[in-house]
Design a protein around this ligand. Structure first.
Ligand SMILES: Nc1ncnc2c1ncn2[C@@H]1O[C@H](COP(=O)(O)OP(=O)(O)OP(=O)(O)O)[C@@H](O)[C@H]1O
Ligand SMILES: [Mg+2]
Ligand SMILES: [Zn+2]
Length: 713
């Protein structure tokens, strides 16, 4: 038995009670052990090894539940025992389990020496980042002294190791070099949900002639809010400040804007049962919000300039090596079929991705039957938010239009038999080489077989060299400018120019100051509080890594009643029959109905329900994730100010998957597979703090206590 196996056997004996190997991880474990053996072999040559190298060990940390099953249990009993442990709430599935070996003659790693040495600048200010749980490890700061342990990540260790020339873990760390750093994860696009909803709506109501005339206004309020047949999908994507609608028309038949109620349940269920009382609100941005809006505009302007520059550079000497991203399609004709020297391929230039224009108007529908929560200062309703569709659905580019137009131009220039073709296009100035994946579409008749190679599609044969550029003039299409082209009209033409999404409207008790304060907090938060990232972070005092979803809900604007605006009745001339898209012209009528108080409205992403009051109903990993949200706020310079279970929400994840797959995940009996996502809410008492002030320390203590996390977790 070599040393490694001995170590393993010893380890197994000592910790059999506590450490259980997960079946799913077994394979990876073997991989790691093999690596460990290679390392071991290397180290034998290099050093006189008295210190047992601790092999990386993939295990679940599991404590508190009774030992599984005895050695003489049947396979079924063992299986059941394993399942029980995997399901157990106190089984850690996310744990730093590996120990990175040190060169026994290596330097001492000082306490904060690995800080600032991460692989790339952290996107959220937290440097301890790893793309998988395997990337985190314990490392002895003093070589050969096993008990003085630092927690580190591959990236930091690599940087330190390089700096100090310690070659002991070269192999293991080499893979780090090739890895991507943290990436932003984007929520599953709501535009996807509309494809399905639109199909259903169109069965009842074909596309109304909206938008055919560019002077047409987008018509709001023509559909039935909360109609089950086309229930509004959750909006979870970030909306930049520059696209928050400036005016919000609030539809409120039950006068919920008063924000103090007795019997909500007695209100009629039918949307049309009461006159539709509307108020006009306007977006109120704080100084911080305005600043961010400006930054967004500047950033877009910068990107636009860069795009123009990339195109101009390309046009100066067009080759396959300097194609501008997203401004054209590389197109192989029959002449780029053969490997080897080739005549130039075609490049069809099309318009750039349009910059979305500010949104003037949106509508919101408040129903007494969609209350999702109440607090000491507020009510929160799920609302239908009707926005111009182009705000949440990207414009379309039709590849077929680009190619058809491009080929028409080529034919016209060259003549039907190519008799006018410029001789330079017949020179074999480029080369076709073998590529990766093949996705070729045939088109355009028998004589010349064209192979289309649209953007991002990889083909087997790749052309390298100079390109023949054709300006097609084809632009992105937006249904607001008229019907889509014949290739897109079938699948993409929407049933109306607006789209309803589901968000939360938070209303404030009369004259309470918390909501305006909270709105300011949202606008002052660093952007990374709203972003989801790949991989995991580590933050003291938590030792084990946690996932990096957004900390807070998306902020969709803070609205106040327009000065001197009187509520009016919104009258659809053709009353809705319950079918979405049921069309009629709307008129506004004066009314004697009024409000003593109309609450401001803050629109937020819906983030699920509150976590259980008894946090022990959550798994240990989930409890740590909840605590991590507060720690991340602290790390970003904020205290939340109200650390209670009712202010932590949960929903199933992950964020970039469809609602259906989240439901499926949510049914899993293993908490780690449910991939629950957590979010903090309620920033009515949040404050920015100076570094190392007491507030933060105090809240950290409360949080660790709230989630029953003793200081060694
Ligand atoms: N973004 C959201 N998604 C889902 N539910 C929400 C959301 N925001 C608020 N809620 C629900 O509304 C309740 C009240 O909201 P919130 O905690 O923000 O208000 P509050 O009046 O400031 O509360 P507190 O009484 O804790 O001071 C929450 O406990 C939650 O149930
Ligand atoms: Mg609250
Ligand atoms: Zn088209």
């Amino acid at each position: 038995m070599d040393q490694l196996q001995k170590d393993l056997a010893e380890k197994a004996q000592v910790s059999d009670e506590e450490r259980r190997v997960d079946e799913g991880l077994e394979k990876q474990r073997e991989g790691f052990l093999q690596k460990a053996e290679i390392l071991k072999a290397k180290s034998k040559e290099a050093i006189d090894d008295k210190r047992p190298a601790r092999p990386p060990f993939v295990a679940l940390w599991h404590s508190g539940t009774k030992p599984g099953v005895g050695p003489d249990a049947t396979p079924e009993e063992k299986q059941e025992g394993r399942h029980r442990r995997l399901r157990a709430l106190n089984t850690k599935h996310r744990k730093v389990f590996s120990t990175s070996p040190r060169d026994p003659h290596g330097r001492v790693i000082g306490p904060d020496e690995t800080a600032g040495t991460g692989k790339q600048a952290p996107l959220n200010g937290i440097e301890a980042w790893g793309d998988s749980i395997f990337d985190f490890h314990r490392v002895a700061s003093v070589p050969a002294v096993e008990d003085y342990i630092l927690y580190s990540t591959g990236g930091r260790r690599l940087a330190w190791t390089k700096k100090h020339g310690e070659t002991f873990v070269e192999d293991q760390l080499a893979m780090r070099e090739r890895e991507l750093g943290p990436q932003e994860v984007h929520p599953w696009p709501v535009a996807e949900a509309f494809k399905d909803i639109d199909r259903r709506v169109k069965m009842f109501q074909p596309f109304k002639d909206q938008g055919r005339n560019p002077l047409d206004e987008i018509e709001f309020g023509l559909r039935e809010p909360f109609a089950p047949i086309a229930a509004a999908p959750l909006l979870q994507e970030r909306v930049p400040f520059r696209l928050l609608p400036k005016k919000l028309v609030v539809h409120d038949p039950s006068r919920l804007l008063r924000a103090s109620y007795r019997n909500l349940a007695e209100e009629p269920k039918d949307w049309d049962a009461k006159p539709d009382l509307v108020s006009v609100y306007r977006l109120e941005l704080s100084e911080e919000g305005k600043k961010k809006l400006k930054e967004e505009d500047n950033m877009l302007e910068k990107l636009r300039k860069e795009g123009n520059k990339a195109l101009a550079n390309f046009l100066e000497s067009p080759t396959s090596e300097n194609m501008p991203p997203d401004q054209g399609i590389l197109f192989h004709t029959g002449e780029q079929e053969e490997l080897g020297p080739s005549t130039p391929a075609l490049f069809f230039v099309h318009g750039p991705t349009p910059i979305k224009q500010p949104i003037e108007e949106a509508h919101v529908y408040l129903s007494p039957h969609h209350l999702v929560g109440k607090g000491n200062h507020s009510y929160a309703f799920k609302v239908d938010w009707e926005v111009p569709r182009s705000m949440v659905v990207p414009d379309h580019l039709c590849d077929i239009c680009v190619i058809e137009k491009g080929l028409t131009i080529v034919l016209k220039e060259d003549g039907p038999k190519g008799e006018r073709k410029n001789p330079q296009w017949n020179q074999r100035l480029g080369e076709v080489v073998e590529g990766v994946v093949s996705t070729a579409i045939d088109c355009c008749g028998k004589e010349v077989l064209y192979k289309i190679q649209p953007r991002r599609l990889r083909t087997k044969k790749q052309y390298h060299g100079p390109l023949r550029v054709i300006h097609t003039g084809v632009e992105y299409q937006n249904p607001e400018d008229g019907p889509l082209c014949k290739h897109l009209v079938e699948g993409e033409q929407p049933p109306s120019l607006t789209a309803s999404v589901s968000v939360v409207a938070k209303l404030s008790h009369p004259y309470d100051y918390h909501l305006p304060h909270e709105a300011k907090s949202y606008q002052a938060f660093p952007t990374h509080f709203f972003q989801h990232f790949t991989g995991s972070n580590q933050l003291r005092p938590l030792r084990d890594p946690f996932p990096i979803g957004a900390v807070v809900p998306q902020f969709y604007g803070y609205y106040v009643p327009e000065a001197d605006n009187k509520p009016m009745i919104f009258d659809k001339k053709v009353p809705g029959s319950g079918v979405p898209g049921d069309v009629g012209e709307a008129t506004w009528k004066a009314t004697k109905l009024k409000y003593d108080y109309r609450s401001p409205i803050m629109l937020l992403e819906y983030c699920g329900r509150a976590i259980p009051d008894d946090v022990r109903e959550l798994s240990i990993d989930d409890r740590r994730t909840c605590a991590s949200l507060f720690l991340r706020m602290h790390n970003g310079g904020w205290v939340q100010g109200s650390p209670y279970t009712r202010n932590v929400l949960m929903q199933s994840g992950p964020i970039d998957t469809s609602p259906l797959s989240r439901i499926v995940n949510g049914m899993n009996e293993r908490s780690d597979l449910r991939q629950t996502m957590f979010r903090l809410i309620d920033f009515g008492r949040s404050e920015e703090f100076g570094w190392k002030t007491g507030d933060r320390i105090e809240e950290e203590g409360k949080v660790m206590e709230l989630f029953e996390l003793p200081h060694h977790t």
